[in-house]
Design a protein around this ligand. Structure first.
Ligand SMILES: NC(=O)c1ccc[n+]([C@@H]2O[C@H](COP(=O)([O-])OP(=O)(O)OC[C@H]3O[C@@H](n4cnc5c(N)ncnc54)[C@H](OP(=O)(O)O)[C@@H]3O)[C@@H](O)[C@H]2O)c1
Length: 270
């Protein structure tokens, strides 16, 4: 079997195009465009690239982009504390969906802002499989930004969900039972094709830089693509799979939050 390649880039492009069509309607009704503000601390080059591409995507969708850059020596008294920074965000503007209020809403099955990467993975899964009810989904990784919200979203779709992590025993055996595998581990090519159930749908969240030919780095996922593509029914590539969906979902969350805050009903097609 050779798996179908799930084209995240194409799905993301069509979502961004739909948003670009819908934004002028909001701007007219609300009297202003939706806006996305990013606060960037320090000089990490990868973060700068990411923030620049967020800004470009925001403007292309007809939204306003704001960037606040702070030096690496910026402090909130002592060292930056991730939990304190997240807690300072208004949950209604928390388009990354990291605030405990939004995490709690997701866990309780209530509407709220959901982290962009798992939201993008879910969109790809539903696009490919339709209903996920009763399917066995294995989420590998339990971070607050990917693994945990991914598992909650899958549960919300009535999948039977297993969460694996670094202490999990016999991961290959669990992978072999899963109809859906979402890999969010951060370990290059760890999940092997031989472990997969034939026909499984594989979503590879991992973005890992490894040495490539000619001294240049290349990007690989957490799944060993060459072996997995022989066994899976469908698989996301790295790059071009989950990554583009994350930014598209960030724009969608921004659009949704702007509607909620302005008291305007969101268009049904999103
Ligand atoms: N495509 C995108 O837009 C996007 C967005 C976010 C992240 N990512 C990528 O996705 C990956 C995961 O990100 P993250 O932020 O969730 O990472 P993270 O916070 O480092 O979490 C990694 C998770 O993997 C688990 N793990 C580590 N080694 C394992 C092993 N040998 N077997 C099973 N589980 C293991 C860890 O378990 P413990 O909890 O037990 O330590 C942890 O829960 C990274 O490659 C990251 O770059 C991509």
């Amino acid at each position: 079997m050779t798996a179908q390649i799930i084209d995240g880039k194409a799905v993301a492009a069509s979502l961004r195009a739909r948003l670009a069509d819908l934004v002028p309607g909001f701007t007219e009704q609300a009297g202003r465009a939706p806006g996305l503000a990013v606060v960037l601390v320090g000089e990490d080059p990868a973060s700068h690239v990411y923030v620049r591409s967020k800004g470009r995507a925001t403007r292309e969708a007809g939204m306003e982009s704001f960037e606040h850059r702070l030096g690496a020596d910026a402090s909130e008294g002592a060292q930056m504390n991730e939990a304190a920074v997240i807690a300072a965000i208004d949950p209604a503007k928390d388009v990354d969906g990291f605030h405990v209020i939004n995490a709690g809403r997701l866990a309780a099955g209530l509407p709220g802002l959901v982290p962009c990467t798992p939201l993008g993975c879910l969109a790809l899964l539903k696009d490919r499989l339709g209903s996920l009810a009763g399917l066995h989904a294995l989420v590998i990784g339990r971070s607050n930004i990917v693994g945990k919200p991914m598992a909650q979203l899958l549960l919300g779709e009535s999948a039977t969900v297993t969460i694996a992590h670094s202490r999990t025993r016999d991961l290959p055996q669990l992978v072999g039972q899963a109809d859906i595998v979402v890999a969010a581990v951060g370990r290059p090519e760890m999940i092997r094709g031989e472990w997969l159930k034939p026909g499984a749908t594989v979503i590879d969240v991992g973005i890992n830089r490894v040495p490539g030919e000619g001294g240049k780095d290349r990007l690989v996922g957490d799944v060993h693509f060459a072996s997995a593509v022989e066994v899976a029914g469908a698989i996301t590539p790295v790059p071009g799979g989950v990554g583009p969906m994350t930014i598209a979902m960030l724009l969608r969350n921004t659009f949704a939050a702007a509607h909620a805050r302005a008291g305007i009903a969101q268009p049904a097609e999103l």
